[in-house]
Design a protein around this ligand. Structure first.
Ligand SMILES: Cc1ncc(COP(=O)(O)O)c(C=O)c1O
Length: 370
């Protein structure tokens, strides 16, 4: 068994590289030697691969998940004075991108499984609502049929914050293919991860594809013709090459995380530990495995003393961040989110953790409560 000295890391990116190094380095060397670093073949190949994987007509590679959200919202026409509905328990980028366009993030509380509470969306819709942004946190898509029914009723497009959910399925459809726009991150901690920042946008809309493609490259139609003011948000060839390489094993990668999660679910004492149930119409990709418990901070400390690293996604809800002060929220505005922020704990579910280590973690968690 592990001792406190023998740490179980929350992530293990070094191990991922160690296993890939022999095959990956020659591919990267080839790119460096080619002298072609921006918008080359690897980027084109990645966009083709992602289109096939996610099942959309278009994919535009970008330099972060944050930019995917920002450009996606821009393509939907979100601008000053508009409102976009999202959830307050997400990573800050879900809201900051709305605010950067001069629009107002309108928060809706969440359900037990951390997905947006679809029953509360309708009451938040106004004539300024330009988009609905559900976040597939942890790699779990919420109750999308219900969300889409409301969006369709009011003819409001959905932009999926799919940053954490490459490979997640809802009624056999992939995250990022469920409505107007999907936004993905390939940050090193994501299931499909680059070795630096990266992201991409998926869509079936030719118009979104064209605008986003120009926008990421200064708005340039050709080298010398600028259609509108854009920005620079291009994924580079090296990151695209790493992602093409890793995409080959993505299904296997996700499967291992699902197996890890299933073992946790089997062994954790359900009298003390809550985790969202598996649904037969959806497949969660377990970007993270989040439990909800009483005495979360004490448990976190106890696990660390026993050599187990954990994390919290996220300890301060967005509406209570200093950056949100101008929106005038106060404590208890979103009770479920706030309660969860004190109860959620992310256990290691990374691809290099062993069954024995998961058994050890479960033993420690159960011992803490018993
Ligand atoms: C839910 C969510 N949205 C957006 C982002 C932003 O992605 P990136 O870090 O690639 O900008 C992240 C990344 O952590 C995320 O988890």
């Amino acid at each position: 068994m592990n001792s406190a000295r023998n740490k179980i890391p929350y992530v293990n990116l070094g191990e991922q590289y160690r296993r890939e190094k022999k095959d990956l380095l020659p591919l990267i060397d080839k790119i460096f030697s080619s002298g072609n670093y921006i918008l080359g073949n690897e980027v084109l190949k990645l966009e083709e691969n992602i289109k096939k994987f996610v099942g959309t007509k278009h994919c535009i590679s970008l330099n972060s998940g944050t930019d995917a959200l920002l450009l996606g919202l821009h393509c939907l026409g979100v601008s000053k004075g508009d409102e976009v509905i999202t959830q307050p328990n997400s990573f800050i980028a879900s809201a900051s991108t709305i605010a950067h366009l001069g629009a107002k993030p309108v928060f809706v509380d969440v359900l037990d499984d951390q997905s947006i509470d679809f029953k509360k969306i309708e009451a938040s819709i106004t004539n300024k609502t330009k988009a609905i942004m559900p976040v597939h946190l942890t790699g779990r898509i919420g109750e999308f049929d219900e969300i889409k029914a409301i969006a369709d009723k009011y003819k409001i497009p959905i932009i999926e914050d799919a940053a954490q959910s490459i490979g997640s399925l809802y009624r056999k459809k992939h995250a990022g293919s469920l409505d107007e726009i999907g936004c993905f991150s390939t940050h090193p901690l994501k299931n499909l991860n680059a070795m630096g920042d990266g992201g991409f946008l998926t869509t079936n809309s030719d118009e979104v594809d064209e605008t986003c493609r120009l926008y990421r490259n200064h708005g340039l139609e050709t080298r010398d013709n600028c259609k509108f003011w854009g920005t620079v948000s291009r994924m580079d060839e090296v990151q695209a090459c790493i992602l093409n390489f890793r995409l080959k094993n993505l299904n296997e990668f996700i499967q291992k995380r699902q197996e890890n999660a299933k073992l946790y679910m089997k062994l954790l004492d359900k009298d003390f530990v809550y985790f969202p149930p598996i649904r037969n119409y959806a497949e969660d990709s377990f970007h993270t495995f989040v439990i909800q418990v009483d005495r979360r901070d004490d448990l976190k400390k106890y696990l660390l003393e026993n050599g187990i690293e954990t994390s919290i996604h996220y300890p301060t809800p967005i509406h209570l961040q200093s950056s949100s002060a101008y929106l005038g929220f106060k404590e208890n505005d979103f009770p479920v989110t706030e309660k969860q922020s004190n109860r959620i704990l992310t256990l290691p579910v990374n691809n290099y953790i062993t069954d024995r280590e998961i058994m050890y973690i479960c033993e420690k968690v159960n011992k803490f409560f018993n």
